[in-house]
Design a protein around this ligand. Structure first.
Ligand code: SAH
Length: 204
């Protein structure tokens, strides 16, 4: 998986590659899809949601250039796989998921796997997670049409935000850095994520 799907596409950060080798993706995939756990695509995780393609997880992690002392906010816990990768590389991961069942399931798996630096919240990621700001990096794994204001406010000055922004069917994965309180785009790649929704399932 790492060699053919991730390194071959140009992800070369040694720490990211090591984390991708260490965390076993099959723990995060439902029983009936286990045989595809290391395949080159997203997979259903229930509740109409998906675990992202391994390459996208690696790419987003590399884009955020996570450091060991960093406090990272993730929006869209989903299976918990991306949170595990981040937790291998930084001090602490704060992850917000709108779907209670998914949040609880991810919490259970990550606790079983022994992670003590991942903190879970069921709630609306449009609000971020006020209690632990500011964050050195923020990764959003569901796609809003615009960057949520709260996330800009909760990002540290000089910090990095990696977020897919765009319509329901097509987005750009954008790397922003915060300078003087404003976001400056540094890179953008076309992607397709599930939409960011509210409690009623509406997307914006
Ligand atoms: N990072 C995940 C990918 C999950 S897919 C993984 O590694 O498996 C995106 C997730 O975002 C879904 O679980 C979906 O329920 C969640 N989501 C959608 N809108 C959200 C919102 N407003 N706040 C928090 N999570 C949201």
């Amino acid at each position: 998986m790492v060699k053919n799907q991730i390194e071959a596409r140009g992800v070369n950060d040694k720490n990211v590659l090591a984390a991708m080798r260490k965390v076993e993706r099959h723990h995060f995939v439902p029983e009936q899809y286990r045989q595809y756990a290391y395949a080159d695509h997203p997979l259903p995780i229930g509740e109409g949601q998906t675990i992202s393609q391994p390459y996208i997880v690696a790419l987003m992690t590399e884009m955020a250039s996570i450091k060991t002392q960093d406090k990272v906010l993730e929006i869209g816990t989903g299976s918990g796989y991306q949170a595990a990768i981040l937790a291998e590389l930084c001090d602490s991961v704060f992850t917000v998921e709108i779907n209670k069942k998914l949040s609880e399931k991810a919490g259970k798996i990550l606790t079983q796997l022994g992670y003590k630096n991942i903190f879970f919240k069921t709630g609306d990621g449009f609000q971020g997670w006020q209690a632990h700001l500011p964050y050195d990096a923020i990764l959003v794994t569901c796609a809003p049409s615009e960057v949520p204001e709260a996330l800009i406010n909760q990002l540290k000055e000089g910090g990095k935000l990696v977020i897919p922004v765009g319509s329901k069917i097509r987005q750009n994965l954008v790397l922003f850095r915060k300078f003087d309180g404003n976001l400056v785009p540094e890179a953008a790649i076309p992607v397709r994520f599930v939409p960011m929704i509210d409690e009623k399932g509406n997307s914006y």
